[in-house]
Design a protein around this ligand. Structure first.
Ligand SMILES: Cc1cc2nc3c(=O)[nH]c(=O)nc-3n(C[C@H](O)[C@H](O)[C@H](O)COP(=O)(O)O)c2cc1C
Length: 178
C-alpha cells in the first residue's frame, strides 16, 4: 500500500512551491493529503492542492461540511509522515510550544508519525534568537529540518531564509518514509 504524506502549507511567500512538492511526491508513488493555515490561503488557494490531490483541503479545524469525523485526528492517524512546507516562523514557534489553535497545529500535535519541517522566511526572522531556539527545540524532539537555503529572498536581499530546493525536500521525505 502507498505511503501517505500529510503536507501542511503555512503562510509564507514560498507557499506556491508546496504545489511542486506535492506533485513530485505523487510522482514518487506517495499518496498525499494537504492541510493549510488560513494565512497560507492568502498566498495560494486550497483549489490548487485539491486539483493536484483530488482530496478536500482542510483549513479550518471546525469544518464538518464533508463528514462528521474529527479531521485533525483522522488525518494525523492516516499520516506516515507530516511535512510542513513552507514552515513559517510563526508555525515553528507554535510547534515548539505545543500551541494548537488552527488546523495545521492541531493536526501536528495529534500526529505520532515522523515530521519534516522546511523553514522559509526573511533572513532576520530566521536569525532571530526566538526562531533559532524554536528550531533547536523541535530538532531536539527528532523532527527533520530541511533548509532554509541561501538565495534571493522576496525582499530582494540575498541571504539565508529561502525554502530548500524541492529535490532536497523530496529526498528527505522519501528517506523518512523508507
Ligand atoms: C508578503 C508576505 C510574505 C511573507 N512571507 C513569510 C515567510 O516567507 N515566512 C514567514 O515565516 N512569514 C512570512 N510572512 C509573515 C506570515 O504570513 C505571518 O507571520 C503569518 O502570521 C503566518 O501565519 P501562519 O503561520 O498561520 O501560516 C509573510 C507575510 C507577508 C505579508
Amino acid at each position: 500500500m502507498a505511503k501517505h504524506a500529510l503536507v501542511a502549507v503555512t503562510g509564507g511567500i514560498a507557499a506556491y512551491k508546496a504545489a511542486e512538492v506535492v506533485s513530485q511526491l505523487q510522482k514518487s508513488g506517495v499518496d498525499v493529503s494537504v492541510i493549510m493555515t488560513k494565512n497560507a490561503c492568502e498566498f495560494v488557494t486550497p483549489l490548487t492542492f485539491e486539483a493536484l490531490t483530488g482530496k478536500k483541503v482542510y483549513t479550518d479545524t471546525f469544518d464538518y461540511s464533508s463528514d462528521a469525523t474529527i479531521k485533525h485526528i483522522t488525518l494525523a492517524k492516516e499520516a506516515d509522515v507530516f511535512v510542513v512546507v513552507p514552515a513559517t516562523a510563526n508555525v515553528i514557534a507554535k510547534m515548539a510550544h505545543g500551541i494548537a489553535d488552527d488546523m495545521v497545529t492541531s493536526t501536528f500535535l495529534a500526529a505520532t508519525c515522523p515530521v519534516v519541517v522546511c523553514p522559509a522566511m526573511h533572513a532576520n526572522m530566521f536569525a532571530n534568537a526566538a526562531t533559532q531556539a524554536n528550531i533547536k527545540t523541535i530538532e531536539g524532539r527528532g523532527m527533520v529540518i530541511v533548509g532554509p537555503g541561501e538565495g534571493r529572498l522576496a525582499s530582494g536581499e540575498v541571504a539565508r531564509g529561502t525554502l530548500a530546493p524541492v529535490e532536497e525536500i523530496i529526498e528527505a521525505v522519501l528517506s523518512v518514509l523508507a
